[in-house]
Design a protein. Structure first.
Length: 284
């Protein structure tokens, strides 16, 4: 009987791991018994709740700068650095902002601007500390979403077609930070979401809906695209650790689960007392 139990545990372990030794800089919004809360992972490798932040709409965090930016339930955008909190955008501002993201060791903040709080006109925008306002760096025909950036490029997705094209077409784009030239990165003729750059393997990883569900895909530096996950669930918010380990959120049966993709496939990471998870990211 004991040998049989050990055999069952051995079968179960590869598909489930405990939340320990998670990468420093990981953050997400998780659903607890008290509601939605923001979580961060520092040197101890375990998720810790931001105790005084309740029901955040969005959250981004940089451990290097000891800085977090979040959108409160009323739409206010707040910036907290070294325990000092300031308001960047009040709740009654003329434009709305979404998909906030810290980068460059917490020194830069990007977002998507929704002009007049509507989605008909959008822009990729960067916070300017001296002017204390967001400054637009990219507008084009089609809605702009899912901003990310590295040392060379801004990375985002663009809805380029909604009518007379058999469905929504949303692809990943790059814009060089020096030349300001933009180019389309993917050509799936479908819906691409949440593109992130993988410096380790020189690739872009993203969620792509080829049929019913979003799955993780990659496009390498030569332009070749490959599917990474194959499941009946929805795989979103791919995020890469500094060492190149790929984490993401798998949604199934009405809830999100934290996953890690390894050589043997996707492994669920058990998060104690967290019922759902969204908005996963890893920032240094």
């Amino acid at each position: 009987m004991k040998a049989w139990l050990i055999f069952l545990v051995a079968l179960w372990l590869p598909s489930l791991s405990l939340a320990q030794d998670l990468p420093r800089g990981m953050s997400f919004i998780g659903l607890t018994a008290e509601g939605w809360r923001a979580f961060t992972v520092d040197e101890n490798g375990l998720p810790e709740r931001v105790s005084d932040l309740t029901e955040p709409r969005e959250f981004t965090w940089s451990p290097s700068a000891n800085r977090m930016v979040f959108i409160r339930a009323d739409g206010t955008i707040s910036d907290r650095q070294n325990a000092v909190t300031n308001t960047l955008v009040p709740s009654d501002a003329a434009d709305a902002f979404t998909q906030i993201r810290l980068g460059e060791q917490g020194q830069s903040l990007i977002a998507i601007r929704l002009f007049e709080r509507k989605s008909e006109r959008t822009a990729l925008t960067v916070w300017q500390p001296r002017q204390q306002r967001f400054f637009d760096i990219h507008q084009q025909f089609g809605k702009v979403f899912d901003p990310d950036f590295n040392d060379e490029n801004f990375l985002f997705s663009v809805v380029s077609c909604m009518l007379d094209c058999g469905g929504i077409v949303q692809e990943a784009w790059l814009k060089n930070r020096v030349t300001h030239r933009a180019k389309q990165l993917t050509l799936h003729n479908g819906i691409v979401r949440y593109p992130v750059w993988d410096t380790q393997q020189q690739r872009t990883v993203y969620s792509f809906r080829a049929s019913t569900h979003f799955q993780l895909w990659q496009t390498d530096s030569s332009g070749r695209s490959t599917q990474l996950t194959h499941s009946d669930s929805t795989d979103l918010w791919p995020s890469l650790s500094p060492s190149g380990v790929l984490y993401f959120v798998r949604r199934a049966e009405g809830r999100g689960r934290l996953m890690r993709l390894g050589a043997s496939g996707a492994v669920e990471i058990k998060l104690e007392h967290i019922l759902d998870i969204r908005d996963l990211e890893i920032t240094q």
